[in-house]
Design a protein around this ligand. Structure first.
Ligand SMILES: Nc1ncnc2c1ncn2[C@@H]1O[C@H](COP(=O)(O)OP(=O)(O)OP(=O)(O)O)[C@@H](O)[C@H]1O
Length: 399
């Protein structure tokens, strides 16, 4: 018998791709929903984080249907970070941020929007397996106490195509226990989260004396275990792309048609809008609306406000950034950067970190000093000063 051994089920969660928000790991809330002063990479902005936490609960309880979210606040106040925090709390595998022009006469932009929507909808394709064996491997308790601890869970799985034995991480044991999995059950295991779901009892185990109110399911088809690929995460967009290719099969096309219908029903993504505008013109119209958003749309949105940071919070955020970028920076330099953040913007101050570390290296040091930041500050302009300069020297530019 062909046996596959997996020493450990490792998370295949996608690596964080949004570099500027790498430090954000969630919303940093207590179980009661209160925001911790500094947690999960978040500093301050307590009310907005708590409001976002409630939204997470509503999404989990499927109470956000028909309502979308709007983060409203000045630039650099953590609106994108909050959206990412929400996605992380939900365990979402896809979060896309893109600039949206609410009103647009061009069809093309609507298509772009649709593509983004479809990229934001992830599907978890799970394959069911029948359990043929379930045993535990024990080891001496690592805590040095009495008894033994589970070092591995051995599970035999079977499909029409064969049988395999997997050696899984002990964390999977709780899930198996909770689902009351026994030999003869059909289950699936989510490789990403280690979650186990009992689908039913295999038809092969049904006997005429069985009086249990059990659901009997046929022996699963397909391969037993494609190495590290029990679950496949795809987005609707992946499927669109796969189906656009000439080798796309009819089976896949059928699935796409099915999904197209599903998109209009329950599979719609949670859309989080963000605006740093006050009263402004709605593009392509002569309407002047709050946040630059037409009031009838605004009326549908749950609005979370973000506030500007004081210098102390800015310094803490800058320290978090320096930490994830592995930069050594002293308190004086952080305080100086904090002041720059206050005068220009937090984002500008954050952006000065990397060039300052290069400057420090050029000056023969590993740690960033105030002098490095001063040098870099003189080289790059922040948005506000650049706008001021443009205004002063308007005649030198082509309009
Ligand atoms: N409360 C916070 N805690 C930790 N980091 C934060 C916080 N607020 C903002 N940041 C970080 O500061 C930077 C700017 O924040 P972000 O991009 O979320 O702002 P924004 O409100 O979306 O800005 P804009 O309106 O300009 O798009 C990011 O690197 C973000 O991760």
């Amino acid at each position: 018998m062909d046996k596959v051994r997996i020493e450990e089920v490792q998370s295949t969660t996608k690596k964080q791709r949004i570099a500027t928000h790498t430090h954000i790991k969630g919303l940093g809330l207590e179980a009661s929903g209160r925001a911790l002063p500094l947690a999960a990479g978040f500093v301050g902005q307590a009310e907005a984080r708590e409001a976002s936490g409630l939204v997470v609960d509503m999404i989990r309880q499927k109470k956000m249907a028909g309502r979308e979210l709007l983060m409203a606040g000045p630039p650099g106040t953590g609106k994108t970070a909050l959206a990412l925090g929400i996605a992380q709390e939900l365990g979402s595998k896809a979060l896309l941020t893109f600039y949206l022009e609410v009103y647009s006469s061009e069809v093309k932009k609507t298509e772009v929007l649709m593509e983004n929507f479809r990229q934001a909808i992830g599907l978890c394709i799970k394959e069911n397996k029948e359990v043929t064996e379930l045993s535990l491997e024990e080891a001496e308790s690592v805590t040095g106490g009495y008894g033994k601890s589970i070092s591995h869970v051995i599970i035999g799985l079977k499909t029409v195509k064969g049988t395999k034995q997997l050696k899984l991480d002990p964390t999977i044991y709780d899930a198996l226990f909770k689902e009351k999995v026994a030999v003869g059950d059909v289950i699936y295991i989510e490789a990403n989260s280690g979650a186990v779901k009992r689908v039913g009892r295999s038809g092969a185990f049904a006997t005429e004396f069985d009086l249990e109110a059990e659901e009997y399911v046929p022996l699963p088809k397909g391969e037993v275990h494609k190495k590290k690929e029990i679950v496949q995460d795809v987005t609707l967009h992946d499927l669109d792309a796969a189906n656009a290719r000439p080798q796309g099969t009819y089976a896949g096309y059928g699935m796409l048609l099915y999904l197209n219908c599903a998109l209009d029903s329950s599979l719609s993504p949670i859309v989080i809008f963000a605006t740093n505008r006050g009263f402004s013109n709605v593009r392509g119209t002569d309407m002047n609306c709050p946040h630059g958003i037409p009031v009838d749309l605004l009326d549908r949105l749950v609005i979370i406000r973000t506030q500007t940071y004081d210098v102390a919070d800015m310094i803490k955020i800058l320290a978090l950034h320096a930490n994830v970028e592995d930069l050594v920076i002293d308190d004086e330099s952080l305080a100086y950067l904090g002041d720059i953040g206050l005068q220009a913007s937090l984002r500008h101050a954050v952006q000065l970190l990397s060039p300052s570390s290069i400057m420090a290296k050029m000056n023969g040091r590993d740690n960033i000093c105030k002098a490095d930041i001063e040098e870099v500050k003189a080289l790059y302009m922040d948005a506000k000063s650049s706008a001021r300069l443009l205004q002063a020297q308007q005649e030198k530019y082509i309009s």
